[in-house]
Design a protein around this ligand. Sequence first.
Ligand code: PLP
Length: 407
Amino acid sequence: MNDIIEQYEKYVMPTYGRQQVAFVRGNGCYLYDEEGNAYLDFVAGLSINNMGHCHPAVVKAAQVQLAELINTCNLYYTRPGGELAQRISELSLGGKVFFSNSGAEANECAIKLARKYGRDLLGGDGSDSGCGAGTASSDKHRIITLENGFHGRTMGTLSATAQPAKQAPFKPLLPGFMYVPPDDINALKTVTDGGVCAIILELVQGEGGVYPLDQEYVEAARKLADEHHALLIFDEVQSGLGRTGELFAYEHYGIKPDVMTLAKSLGGALPIGATVAAPEYSDVLGPGMHGSTFGGGPVPCAAGLAVLNELTAPDFLTSVQAKGDYMRSLLEKLKVEGLVTEVRGLGLMLAVDLPEPKAAEVVAAALEQKILLNNTSDSTVRFLPPLVVEEGMIEQVVEFLQTALSS
Ligand SMILES: *Cc1c(COP(=O)(O)O)cnc(C)c1O
Protein backbone atom coordinates (compact mmCIF):
# COMPACT_ATOMS: atom_id res chain seq x y z
CA MET A 1 0.00 0.00 0.00
CA ASN A 2 2.75 2.49 0.89
CA ASP A 3 4.39 2.10 -2.51
CA ILE A 4 1.10 3.08 -4.20
CA ILE A 5 0.83 6.15 -2.00
CA GLU A 6 4.48 7.12 -2.52
CA GLN A 7 4.13 6.84 -6.27
CA TYR A 8 1.13 9.17 -6.20
CA GLU A 9 2.97 11.69 -4.03
CA LYS A 10 5.82 11.71 -6.50
CA TYR A 11 4.02 11.65 -9.86
CA VAL A 12 0.41 12.80 -9.45
CA MET A 13 -0.40 16.49 -8.95
CA PRO A 14 -1.37 17.17 -5.35
CA THR A 15 -4.88 18.50 -6.01
CA TYR A 16 -6.58 16.08 -3.62
CA GLY A 17 -6.15 15.54 0.10
CA ARG A 18 -6.48 11.76 -0.20
CA GLN A 19 -7.16 9.43 2.69
CA GLN A 20 -4.10 7.24 3.39
CA VAL A 21 -5.51 4.06 1.94
CA ALA A 22 -5.34 2.35 -1.47
CA PHE A 23 -7.99 -0.01 -2.79
CA VAL A 24 -7.59 -2.89 -5.18
CA ARG A 25 -11.10 -4.34 -5.32
CA GLY A 26 -14.73 -3.42 -4.72
CA ASN A 27 -17.90 -5.40 -4.20
CA GLY A 28 -21.30 -4.01 -3.24
CA CYS A 29 -20.92 -1.68 -0.27
CA TYR A 30 -17.31 -2.73 0.44
CA LEU A 31 -13.88 -1.76 -0.82
CA TYR A 32 -10.83 -3.94 -0.19
CA ASP A 33 -7.18 -3.00 0.29
CA GLU A 34 -4.19 -5.12 -0.78
CA GLU A 35 -4.22 -7.04 2.50
CA GLY A 36 -7.84 -7.98 1.90
CA ASN A 37 -9.28 -5.72 4.60
CA ALA A 38 -12.89 -4.77 3.91
CA TYR A 39 -14.01 -1.14 4.28
CA LEU A 40 -17.69 -0.25 4.56
CA ASP A 41 -18.16 2.49 1.98
CA PHE A 42 -20.49 5.37 2.91
CA VAL A 43 -18.93 7.67 0.29
CA ALA A 44 -19.65 5.58 -2.81
CA GLY A 45 -17.03 7.46 -4.78
CA LEU A 46 -18.92 10.69 -4.02
CA SER A 47 -22.09 9.08 -5.33
CA ILE A 48 -20.72 7.49 -8.50
CA ASN A 49 -21.20 3.98 -7.11
CA ASN A 50 -24.90 4.20 -6.34
CA MET A 51 -25.44 0.59 -7.45
CA GLY A 52 -22.55 -0.54 -5.25
CA HIS A 53 -19.10 -1.49 -6.46
CA CYS A 54 -18.95 -3.72 -9.52
CA HIS A 55 -22.68 -4.38 -9.67
CA PRO A 56 -22.99 -7.58 -11.76
CA ALA A 57 -25.49 -6.11 -14.24
CA VAL A 58 -23.29 -3.07 -14.82
CA VAL A 59 -20.12 -5.14 -15.16
CA LYS A 60 -21.80 -7.48 -17.62
CA ALA A 61 -23.26 -4.72 -19.79
CA ALA A 62 -19.91 -2.91 -19.93
CA GLN A 63 -17.91 -6.11 -20.59
CA VAL A 64 -20.15 -7.24 -23.42
CA GLN A 65 -19.98 -3.80 -25.02
CA LEU A 66 -16.23 -3.50 -24.42
CA ALA A 67 -15.56 -6.68 -26.36
CA GLU A 68 -17.90 -5.61 -29.17
CA LEU A 69 -17.10 -1.95 -29.80
CA ILE A 70 -15.40 0.52 -27.44
CA ASN A 71 -15.93 3.88 -29.13
CA THR A 72 -16.12 5.41 -32.58
CA CYS A 73 -16.20 9.16 -31.66
CA ASN A 74 -19.33 11.12 -32.53
CA LEU A 75 -18.91 11.22 -36.30
CA TYR A 76 -20.93 7.99 -36.38
CA TYR A 77 -24.00 6.45 -34.80
CA THR A 78 -23.87 3.62 -32.28
CA ARG A 79 -26.81 1.92 -30.60
CA PRO A 80 -26.27 2.39 -26.82
CA GLY A 81 -26.12 6.22 -27.01
CA GLY A 82 -29.50 6.53 -28.66
CA GLU A 83 -31.04 3.99 -26.32
CA LEU A 84 -29.73 5.70 -23.21
CA ALA A 85 -30.82 9.12 -24.46
CA GLN A 86 -34.34 7.82 -25.13
CA ARG A 87 -34.51 6.18 -21.73
CA ILE A 88 -33.36 9.32 -19.89
CA SER A 89 -35.69 11.50 -21.94
CA GLU A 90 -38.73 9.31 -21.31
CA LEU A 91 -37.95 9.21 -17.59
CA SER A 92 -37.49 12.97 -17.27
CA LEU A 93 -38.00 16.01 -19.49
CA GLY A 94 -39.07 14.41 -22.76
CA GLY A 95 -36.54 16.24 -24.93
CA LYS A 96 -33.04 15.56 -26.22
CA VAL A 97 -29.79 14.73 -24.46
CA PHE A 98 -26.16 15.74 -24.99
CA PHE A 99 -23.61 13.27 -23.66
CA SER A 100 -20.22 14.17 -22.22
CA ASN A 101 -17.89 12.57 -19.68
CA SER A 102 -18.39 14.34 -16.36
CA GLY A 103 -20.59 16.59 -14.29
CA ALA A 104 -18.57 19.69 -15.10
CA GLU A 105 -18.92 18.99 -18.80
CA ALA A 106 -22.66 18.40 -18.46
CA ASN A 107 -22.90 21.83 -16.83
CA GLU A 108 -20.63 23.45 -19.44
CA CYS A 109 -23.08 22.28 -22.07
CA ALA A 110 -26.00 23.68 -20.06
CA ILE A 111 -24.21 27.04 -19.74
CA LYS A 112 -23.52 27.17 -23.49
CA LEU A 113 -27.10 26.15 -24.25
CA ALA A 114 -28.38 28.94 -22.01
CA ARG A 115 -26.11 31.55 -23.60
CA LYS A 116 -27.16 30.47 -27.09
CA TYR A 117 -30.82 30.48 -26.05
CA GLY A 118 -30.47 34.04 -24.73
CA ARG A 119 -28.89 35.15 -28.00
CA ASP A 120 -31.57 33.43 -30.11
CA LEU A 121 -34.35 34.98 -28.07
CA LEU A 122 -33.10 38.50 -28.71
CA GLY A 123 -32.72 37.69 -32.39
CA GLY A 124 -29.02 38.55 -32.26
CA ASP A 125 -26.79 37.37 -35.09
CA GLY A 126 -23.78 37.03 -32.85
CA SER A 127 -22.23 40.34 -33.76
CA ASP A 128 -22.91 43.42 -31.69
CA SER A 129 -22.39 46.80 -33.35
CA GLY A 130 -18.93 48.25 -33.24
CA CYS A 131 -17.27 45.33 -31.51
CA GLY A 132 -16.38 43.11 -34.42
CA ALA A 133 -18.27 40.04 -35.52
CA GLY A 134 -19.00 37.53 -32.82
CA THR A 135 -16.90 39.11 -30.10
CA ALA A 136 -19.54 40.80 -27.98
CA SER A 137 -21.98 39.13 -25.63
CA SER A 138 -25.72 39.22 -26.15
CA ASP A 139 -27.82 41.36 -23.83
CA LYS A 140 -29.42 38.24 -22.39
CA HIS A 141 -26.38 36.39 -21.15
CA ARG A 142 -26.42 36.63 -17.37
CA ILE A 143 -26.61 33.43 -15.33
CA ILE A 144 -27.68 33.30 -11.70
CA THR A 145 -26.33 30.64 -9.35
CA LEU A 146 -26.48 30.11 -5.59
CA GLU A 147 -23.85 30.89 -2.99
CA ASN A 148 -22.28 27.77 -1.51
CA GLY A 149 -23.21 25.80 -4.66
CA PHE A 150 -20.98 23.48 -6.63
CA HIS A 151 -21.09 22.94 -10.37
CA GLY A 152 -17.59 21.79 -11.32
CA ARG A 153 -13.96 22.75 -11.74
CA THR A 154 -13.66 23.88 -15.36
CA MET A 155 -13.38 27.64 -15.86
CA GLY A 156 -17.05 27.92 -16.88
CA THR A 157 -18.43 25.77 -14.08
CA LEU A 158 -16.01 27.29 -11.57
CA SER A 159 -17.48 30.65 -12.52
CA ALA A 160 -20.89 29.15 -11.68
CA THR A 161 -19.57 27.81 -8.37
CA ALA A 162 -20.10 30.63 -5.90
CA GLN A 163 -17.44 29.62 -3.39
CA PRO A 164 -14.81 32.39 -3.08
CA ALA A 165 -12.05 30.08 -1.83
CA LYS A 166 -12.38 27.79 -4.87
CA GLN A 167 -12.52 30.70 -7.33
CA ALA A 168 -9.89 33.08 -5.94
CA PRO A 169 -6.70 31.47 -7.34
CA PHE A 170 -8.04 31.38 -10.88
CA LYS A 171 -9.46 34.83 -11.53
CA PRO A 172 -10.47 36.35 -13.87
CA LEU A 173 -13.50 34.11 -14.24
CA LEU A 174 -16.03 33.86 -17.03
CA PRO A 175 -18.07 37.10 -16.95
CA GLY A 176 -21.83 37.25 -16.56
CA PHE A 177 -22.42 35.21 -13.41
CA MET A 178 -24.38 36.57 -10.46
CA TYR A 179 -24.62 34.87 -7.10
CA VAL A 180 -27.47 34.98 -4.60
CA PRO A 181 -27.94 33.36 -1.20
CA PRO A 182 -30.03 30.15 -1.25
CA ASP A 183 -33.66 30.34 -0.12
CA ASP A 184 -33.76 34.14 -0.29
CA ILE A 185 -36.63 34.80 -2.69
CA ASN A 186 -36.24 38.58 -2.56
CA ALA A 187 -32.57 38.38 -3.51
CA LEU A 188 -33.47 36.22 -6.49
CA LYS A 189 -36.24 38.64 -7.51
CA THR A 190 -33.85 41.57 -7.34
CA VAL A 191 -31.34 40.11 -9.79
CA THR A 192 -33.69 38.33 -12.20
CA ASP A 193 -34.61 40.49 -15.18
CA GLY A 194 -34.74 40.27 -18.97
CA GLY A 195 -30.93 40.10 -19.14
CA VAL A 196 -30.87 36.72 -17.44
CA CYS A 197 -30.68 33.63 -19.64
CA ALA A 198 -30.57 31.02 -16.87
CA ILE A 199 -30.96 30.28 -13.19
CA ILE A 200 -28.94 27.21 -12.15
CA LEU A 201 -29.87 25.41 -8.93
CA GLU A 202 -28.74 22.34 -7.04
CA LEU A 203 -31.99 21.26 -5.37
CA VAL A 204 -29.85 19.73 -2.65
CA GLN A 205 -26.48 21.43 -2.37
CA GLY A 206 -24.13 18.47 -2.14
CA GLU A 207 -20.52 19.62 -1.86
CA GLY A 208 -21.84 22.62 0.06
CA GLY A 209 -22.94 20.34 2.91
CA VAL A 210 -26.27 18.72 1.91
CA TYR A 211 -28.71 21.64 2.06
CA PRO A 212 -32.08 20.96 0.39
CA LEU A 213 -33.73 24.11 -1.00
CA ASP A 214 -37.10 25.26 0.35
CA GLN A 215 -40.17 24.31 -1.66
CA GLU A 216 -41.32 27.96 -1.90
CA TYR A 217 -37.92 29.02 -3.16
CA VAL A 218 -37.88 26.52 -5.99
CA GLU A 219 -41.45 27.54 -6.89
CA ALA A 220 -40.38 31.18 -6.95
CA ALA A 221 -37.38 30.35 -9.14
CA ARG A 222 -39.65 28.52 -11.60
CA LYS A 223 -42.01 31.50 -11.70
CA LEU A 224 -39.26 34.10 -12.11
CA ALA A 225 -37.57 32.08 -14.85
CA ASP A 226 -40.87 31.87 -16.73
CA GLU A 227 -41.63 35.56 -16.30
CA HIS A 228 -38.26 36.63 -17.65
CA HIS A 229 -37.84 33.92 -20.28
CA ALA A 230 -34.82 32.50 -18.52
CA LEU A 231 -34.03 28.81 -18.45
CA LEU A 232 -34.39 27.05 -15.12
CA ILE A 233 -31.52 24.56 -14.94
CA PHE A 234 -31.26 21.91 -12.23
CA ASP A 235 -27.82 20.48 -11.57
CA GLU A 236 -28.77 16.93 -10.55
CA VAL A 237 -25.25 15.58 -10.97
CA GLN A 238 -25.25 14.46 -7.33
CA SER A 239 -28.94 14.52 -6.36
CA GLY A 240 -30.21 12.70 -9.44
CA LEU A 241 -30.65 9.02 -10.26
CA GLY A 242 -32.22 7.76 -7.06
CA ARG A 243 -29.89 9.36 -4.52
CA THR A 244 -32.72 11.27 -2.81
CA GLY A 245 -35.24 8.42 -2.95
CA GLU A 246 -36.86 9.70 -6.15
CA LEU A 247 -35.35 9.16 -9.57
CA PHE A 248 -34.69 12.91 -9.74
CA ALA A 249 -34.70 15.34 -6.81
CA TYR A 250 -37.09 17.63 -8.70
CA GLU A 251 -39.81 15.02 -8.17
CA HIS A 252 -39.78 15.87 -4.45
CA TYR A 253 -40.64 19.44 -5.41
CA GLY A 254 -43.08 18.66 -8.20
CA ILE A 255 -41.30 21.21 -10.38
CA LYS A 256 -39.60 20.46 -13.68
CA PRO A 257 -36.58 22.32 -15.00
CA ASP A 258 -36.01 23.34 -18.61
CA VAL A 259 -32.61 21.70 -18.58
CA MET A 260 -31.15 19.15 -16.18
CA THR A 261 -27.60 17.87 -15.83
CA LEU A 262 -26.62 14.37 -14.75
CA ALA A 263 -23.32 12.53 -14.30
CA LYS A 264 -21.77 10.82 -11.26
CA SER A 265 -23.69 7.53 -10.91
CA LEU A 266 -25.15 7.49 -14.44
CA GLY A 267 -22.52 5.15 -15.89
CA GLY A 268 -22.25 2.87 -12.87
CA ALA A 269 -18.93 4.62 -12.03
CA LEU A 270 -17.80 4.81 -15.66
CA PRO A 271 -17.36 8.41 -16.82
CA ILE A 272 -20.43 9.92 -18.47
CA GLY A 273 -22.30 13.20 -18.19
CA ALA A 274 -25.67 14.10 -19.67
CA THR A 275 -27.32 17.45 -20.36
CA VAL A 276 -31.05 16.85 -20.71
CA ALA A 277 -33.34 19.46 -22.28
CA ALA A 278 -37.11 19.86 -22.39
CA PRO A 279 -38.45 19.57 -25.98
CA GLU A 280 -38.57 23.39 -26.51
CA TYR A 281 -34.84 23.66 -25.87
CA SER A 282 -33.68 20.45 -27.50
CA ASP A 283 -32.43 22.06 -30.70
CA VAL A 284 -30.89 25.24 -29.31
CA LEU A 285 -27.43 23.80 -29.89
CA GLY A 286 -27.02 22.87 -33.54
CA PRO A 287 -24.36 21.12 -35.61
CA GLY A 288 -20.82 22.19 -34.77
CA MET A 289 -21.81 24.19 -31.69
CA HIS A 290 -20.76 21.74 -29.06
CA GLY A 291 -18.99 18.41 -28.88
CA SER A 292 -17.04 15.81 -27.00
CA THR A 293 -14.87 13.22 -28.71
CA PHE A 294 -15.48 10.53 -26.11
CA GLY A 295 -18.94 11.71 -25.08
CA GLY A 296 -21.72 9.14 -25.07
CA GLY A 297 -19.45 6.26 -26.01
CA PRO A 298 -21.03 2.82 -26.21
CA VAL A 299 -19.41 1.42 -23.04
CA PRO A 300 -20.58 3.99 -20.47
CA CYS A 301 -23.95 4.19 -22.24
CA ALA A 302 -24.40 0.41 -22.04
CA ALA A 303 -23.50 0.60 -18.35
CA GLY A 304 -25.94 3.51 -17.97
CA LEU A 305 -28.78 1.45 -19.40
CA ALA A 306 -28.02 -1.27 -16.85
CA VAL A 307 -28.00 1.33 -14.06
CA LEU A 308 -31.38 2.73 -15.13
CA ASN A 309 -32.83 -0.78 -15.29
CA GLU A 310 -31.84 -1.36 -11.68
CA LEU A 311 -33.07 2.06 -10.55
CA THR A 312 -36.47 1.63 -12.17
CA ALA A 313 -37.01 -1.94 -10.96
CA PRO A 314 -40.21 -2.20 -8.89
CA ASP A 315 -39.77 -1.02 -5.30
CA PHE A 316 -36.12 -0.07 -5.70
CA LEU A 317 -36.63 3.63 -5.04
CA THR A 318 -39.15 2.88 -2.29
CA SER A 319 -36.41 0.92 -0.54
CA VAL A 320 -33.97 3.83 -0.96
CA GLN A 321 -36.48 6.16 0.67
CA ALA A 322 -37.13 3.69 3.49
CA LYS A 323 -33.42 3.22 4.18
CA GLY A 324 -32.91 6.99 4.03
CA ASP A 325 -35.72 7.52 6.53
CA TYR A 326 -34.25 4.83 8.77
CA MET A 327 -30.76 6.34 8.75
CA ARG A 328 -32.22 9.75 9.34
CA SER A 329 -34.20 8.53 12.34
CA LEU A 330 -31.04 7.03 13.86
CA LEU A 331 -29.12 10.26 13.24
CA GLU A 332 -31.95 12.25 14.84
CA LYS A 333 -31.36 10.20 18.01
CA LEU A 334 -27.75 11.42 18.02
CA LYS A 335 -29.17 14.91 17.91
CA VAL A 336 -31.41 14.24 20.90
CA GLU A 337 -28.29 13.01 22.72
CA GLY A 338 -26.55 16.27 21.83
CA LEU A 339 -23.86 14.53 19.80
CA VAL A 340 -24.80 16.32 16.57
CA THR A 341 -26.48 19.70 16.17
CA GLU A 342 -28.32 19.18 12.90
CA VAL A 343 -29.41 16.39 10.53
CA ARG A 344 -30.09 17.30 6.90
CA GLY A 345 -30.86 15.65 3.62
CA LEU A 346 -33.22 13.76 1.36
CA GLY A 347 -33.29 10.00 0.88
CA LEU A 348 -29.78 8.59 1.13
CA MET A 349 -28.13 11.99 0.69
CA LEU A 350 -27.59 12.92 4.33
CA ALA A 351 -25.34 14.97 6.57
CA VAL A 352 -24.87 15.90 10.20
CA ASP A 353 -23.35 19.00 11.73
CA LEU A 354 -21.08 18.51 14.72
CA PRO A 355 -21.03 20.81 17.75
CA GLU A 356 -17.28 21.25 17.24
CA PRO A 357 -15.18 21.55 14.06
CA LYS A 358 -13.96 17.96 14.27
CA ALA A 359 -15.40 16.42 11.11
CA ALA A 360 -11.98 15.56 9.67
CA GLU A 361 -11.10 13.76 12.90
CA VAL A 362 -14.33 11.77 12.73
CA VAL A 363 -13.54 10.77 9.13
CA ALA A 364 -10.03 9.69 10.20
CA ALA A 365 -11.39 7.72 13.17
CA ALA A 366 -13.90 6.04 10.86
CA LEU A 367 -11.11 4.97 8.53
CA GLU A 368 -9.37 3.35 11.51
CA GLN A 369 -12.58 1.35 12.01
CA LYS A 370 -12.65 0.53 8.29
CA ILE A 371 -15.63 2.77 7.58
CA LEU A 372 -15.39 5.32 4.77
CA LEU A 373 -17.01 8.70 5.46
CA ASN A 374 -16.58 12.15 3.96
CA ASN A 375 -16.68 15.62 5.46
CA THR A 376 -17.76 18.62 3.40
CA SER A 377 -16.39 21.12 5.93
CA ASP A 378 -14.76 21.26 9.38
CA SER A 379 -18.07 20.55 11.04
CA THR A 380 -20.19 18.60 8.52
CA VAL A 381 -20.00 14.85 7.89
CA ARG A 382 -21.79 13.66 4.75
CA PHE A 383 -23.25 10.21 4.05
CA LEU A 384 -23.62 8.93 0.49
CA PRO A 385 -23.87 5.15 0.87
CA PRO A 386 -24.51 3.00 -2.17
CA LEU A 387 -28.27 2.83 -2.69
CA VAL A 388 -28.03 -0.96 -2.21
CA VAL A 389 -26.89 -0.41 1.41
CA GLU A 390 -28.45 -2.65 4.08
CA GLU A 391 -30.00 -1.64 7.39
CA GLY A 392 -27.30 -3.43 9.40
CA MET A 393 -24.63 -1.35 7.67
CA ILE A 394 -26.51 1.83 8.49
CA GLU A 395 -26.68 0.74 12.13
CA GLN A 396 -22.95 0.00 12.14
CA VAL A 397 -22.10 3.49 10.88
CA VAL A 398 -24.42 5.26 13.31
CA GLU A 399 -23.08 3.16 16.21
CA PHE A 400 -19.57 4.15 15.20
CA LEU A 401 -20.62 7.82 15.20
CA GLN A 402 -22.25 7.51 18.57
CA THR A 403 -19.10 6.01 20.10
CA ALA A 404 -16.73 8.40 18.34
CA LEU A 405 -18.75 11.50 19.21
CA SER A 406 -19.28 10.45 22.84
CA SER A 407 -15.55 10.22 23.55
C1 PLP B 1 -19.69 16.41 -8.55
C2 PLP B 1 -20.54 17.53 -9.01
C3 PLP B 1 -20.26 18.24 -10.19
C4 PLP B 1 -18.98 18.01 -10.98
O1 PLP B 1 -18.90 16.73 -11.51
P1 PLP B 1 -17.48 16.20 -12.08
O2 PLP B 1 -17.83 14.89 -12.68
O3 PLP B 1 -16.56 16.11 -10.91
O4 PLP B 1 -17.02 17.19 -13.07
C5 PLP B 1 -21.15 19.19 -10.62
N1 PLP B 1 -22.28 19.45 -9.93
C6 PLP B 1 -22.59 18.81 -8.80
C7 PLP B 1 -23.86 19.12 -8.10
C8 PLP B 1 -21.73 17.83 -8.29
O5 PLP B 1 -22.03 17.22 -7.14
